[in-house]
Design a protein around this ligand. Structure first.
Ligand code: BGC
Length: 728
């Protein structure tokens, strides 16, 4: 990369909060055959050449494990070149210079590194001559019109500000972590227009976009210099219909824009917001709500999956899950896009990964994030719970850090590409070798930190948790959870090793010991729903049918409701289905009361909530503290709808051979799933008719169709199967 010969430059003596614009004027004396810009920064940047934005990558260079990996973008700028050119690069704080980031070296934002950029313009002339314009002291810099920029803060811009350019200062900053762009770029994906604008009971002017989303606002207007447009964001209104921002915690999430004179258009491209509503706190005279729209951002991913049913509430749930993936697949898989967090939580990442692979092609998205996971893994094998890593998290973290095995294995199943597991094999082995070093018991993982069955609802009424965090972890046994995930990770290591042609006998012996130790320690203590679900899902139960029957009974006994948290919820419908309790699984999915998937739908949700009761039946909120309305974790149920209700599964990795085993339920008259696999399109649909059930199946390759326990082998094509109702 040419950028290796360029210098990092900064604005002399600028405080870390300054959002500078760097510029370079240059001319092309001869016809240019090709021109490229290589660029990156310690924040997020926007490059503009002769007034036109360079490329479509919003929030470049993205978020990576910066100490080891900082992506460099290469743009073809040939079409933007003139004879005399002005290149401008504005650098906002972005993820690099945000609080709680280890690479900033401090927790005090006033002491953060200043904004720096490194770039090189490469000109190839038609006569074969070449020229490189690297960043150095010949570049100039000024404070930009952006007066404040941050991922959590949002943006302040003052279009009346006079820019004053001085020579940039060359600074000493490492270049050994610079790597070419790996991930898919984040792009503007769609525009959402306001569906209403109204005054709340408090008298505040609010715009509703009708959809909770991730992105930013864009507007155009005519205004006088100095007039201001100030906007605040919210995901929900409170029960009185007032604007509610409590759940953003310390994230300011606002835009303050000081107008210049005349006609103008704007969008804040160095930050993003999670919102459905905007409050207009101040506006130029004559400003109307139709001047404003929402622009949706997410990483480039090809849509691969579609669900549709005869039930409008289910369809809304499917839409909510899709929107939560869009809203949280913004360069990294985040837990939520709005509050002062937006981290790459590994637990949420692994829980939702399978559903994600049904909805979008996420190969490139995860390739980059898994590379960051490898880079973030500690020498002793510990995988941090958030990737890119942050400071101050606790070692251990089973079920979260097990993303290191679960995600690559899932990607291999969906796409059949061995490189997902071969590239992670060493990291997987290091992780499972680390666990015994912190465990109190051989062959199990005990006494170690975990978030447990986070947010579970299974505690008996008289339970007194030690603290709030324990209360959130639910009542399942942490040692059981950690050991079950350990067994699963060792199992994945064994399967991976075998595929790579390695002798895995040592790991096989370890696995046998783990299963025995698990059964001895926990076999008689599988009490909570999640404890049963994990023992079933990870094949650790001695008598799985009996355990599954007990699980179904337990679910029925408590009023056919979920008590599971983040870890049990993704698997419970699968395990009930696998052991013949299909109707119980459907009952859980279709439940409209709290806790259940359709409860939030009945409350008007347009994305998946963090808590089943984010908004309680009486309209009050769960809490300010941890209450995201765009948290995809429970949206993992989409993989049951695709994989069990419509029954589309890879019989062998990458859908080389397909298995379709639908599980209909007459409470839903029709359901269909379409999935574009690497082998081609699969469709599985069923519909209740007067006389029975009609199945429509389309497959690109050899497929086992399993209906009522009977297997039919079919080749590529479209098929209809009709099942008559049994005479009563
Ligand atoms: C996140 C979760 C995450 C958890 C760890 C929360 O603040 O939003 O989704 O997994 O912390 O328990």
């Amino acid at each position: 990369m040419l950028i290796q010969n360029a210098c990092w430059i900064r604005m002399k003596a600028a405080p870390s909060k300054t959002v500078p614009v760097f510029r370079k004027e240059f001319s092309c004396p001869k016809p240019v055959f090709r021109a490229e810009l290589e660029v990156t920064c310690d924040g997020v940047y926007e490059a503009v050449l002769n007034g036109d934005r360079v490329g479509n990558f919003i929030l470049a260079p993205g978020w990576t494990e910066y100490r080891k990996r900082l992506q460099v973008q290469t743009y073809d700028i040939t079409a933007l070149l003139h004879e005399n050119n002005m290149l401008e690069i504005t650098v906002g704080n972005g993820w690099f210079r945000r609080t709680n980031a280890p690479w900033t070296g401090t927790q005090n934002p006033d002491e953060f590194l200043p904004a720096m950029v490194i770039a090189a313009v490469h000109l190839v002339y038609e006569d074969g001559g070449e020229e490189v314009l690297p960043t150095n002291s010949s570049w100039e810099v000024s404070e930009s019109t952006i007066t404040l920029s941050g991922i959590f803060e949002g943006e302040d811009a003052d279009m009346t500000r006079e820019l004053c350019f001085t020579p940039a200062e060359v600074c000493d900053f490492p270049k050994n972590m610079l790597i070419p762009q790996e991930g898919p770029e984040v792009h503007e994906q769609e525009t959402v227009y306001p569906c209403s604008s109204f005054l709340t009971p408090k008298g505040e002017w609010v715009i509703d976009f009708g959809q909770n989303l991730t992105g930013y606002m864009a507007f155009e207007m005519t205004a006088h210099a100095g007039e201001q447009l100030s906007l605040s964001t919210a995901e929900v209104l409170d029960r009185d219909g007032n604007f509610y921002t409590g759940n953003y915690r310390s994230a300011r999430s606002q835009l303050h824009y000081v107008c210049r004179e005349g006609k103008q258009a704007y969008r804040p491209r160095l930050t993003f917001f999670g919102f459905r509503y905007l409050r207009i706190d101040e506006a130029p005279e004559g400003f109307t709500a139709d001047r404003i729209r929402a622009v949706v951002l997410h990483s480039e991913m090809r849509r691969t999956g579609w669900l549709e049913s005869s039930d409008p509430m289910l369809n809304q749930l499917f839409s909510n899950i899709l929107w939560s993936q869009k809203g949280n697949y913004l360069d990294i898989p985040t837990d939520c896009p709005q509050r002062d967090e937006r981290y790459g939580w590994t637990g949420d990442g692994q829980i939702f990964c399978r559903a994600a692979t049904y909805q979008y092609d996420v190969r490139q998205f995860f390739r980059k994030w898994l590379a960051d996971m490898r880079a973030a893994q500690h020498d002793n094998g510990w995988v941090p719970e958030v990737i890119p890593s942050l400071t101050a998290y606790k070692p251990g973290g089973s079920a979260w850090s097990d993303a290191v095995t679960i995600i690559p294995w899932q990607l291999y199943q969906t796409y059949g590409d061995l490189s997902f597991i071969s590239s992670m094999f060493d990291a997987m082995k290091k992780w499972i070798a680390y666990l015994p070093t912190i465990s109190g018991t051989p062959d199990l993982v005990t006494g170690c930190w975990t978030y447990g069955d986070w947010l579970a609802l299974d505690a008996p009424p008289d339970w007194i948790p030690a603290d709030m965090e324990q209360a959130k972890r639910g009542y399942s046994n942490d040692d059981l959870i950690c050991s079950a995930f350990y067994a699963n990770s060792v199992d994945i290591v064994i399967r991976t090793g075998r595929l790579l042609g390695q002798d895995m006998s040592g790991y096989e012996a370890l696995y046998a010991r783990i299963v025995n130790a698990f059964r001895a320690a926990f076999g008689q203590k599988l009490n909570t729903q999640t404890e049963k679900v994990l023992a079933l899902h990870f094949n650790l139960a001695e008598d799985p049918q009996r355990l599954a029957d007990a699980l179904a009974e337990q679910v029925a006994d408590c009023g056919t409701q979920l008590q599971t948290g983040l870890l049990g919820t993704p698997y419970i419908l699968h395990e009930l289905t696998r052991y013949g309790h299909v109707s119980t699984a459907w009952s859980l999915l279709l439940r409209q009361e709290y806790p259940g998937w359709l409860y939030s739908v009945s409350k008007g949700a347009t994305t998946v909530w963090e808590h089943w009761d984010g908004i309680r039946p009486d309209g009050t909120f769960w809490d300010d503290d941890m209450n995201s309305y765009n948290h995809y974790a429970y949206g993992s149920v989409a993989d049951w709808v695709f994989g069990a209700a419509c029954g589309i599964q890879p019989a062998t990795p990458g859908f080389a051979r397909v298995r379709i085993e639908p599980h209909p339920d007459s409470r839903v008259q029709a359901l269909s799933a379409v999935l574009d696999t690497v082998r081609g399109r699969i469709r599985s649909a069923w519909k209740y008719t007067e006389s029975g059930i009609r199945y429509e199946i389309e497959t690109p390759t050899e497929t086992e169709v399993i209906l009522d326990g009977k297997t039919y082998i079919v080749g590529n094509g479209k098929y209809i199967f009709v099942r008559q109702h049994m005479p009563k």
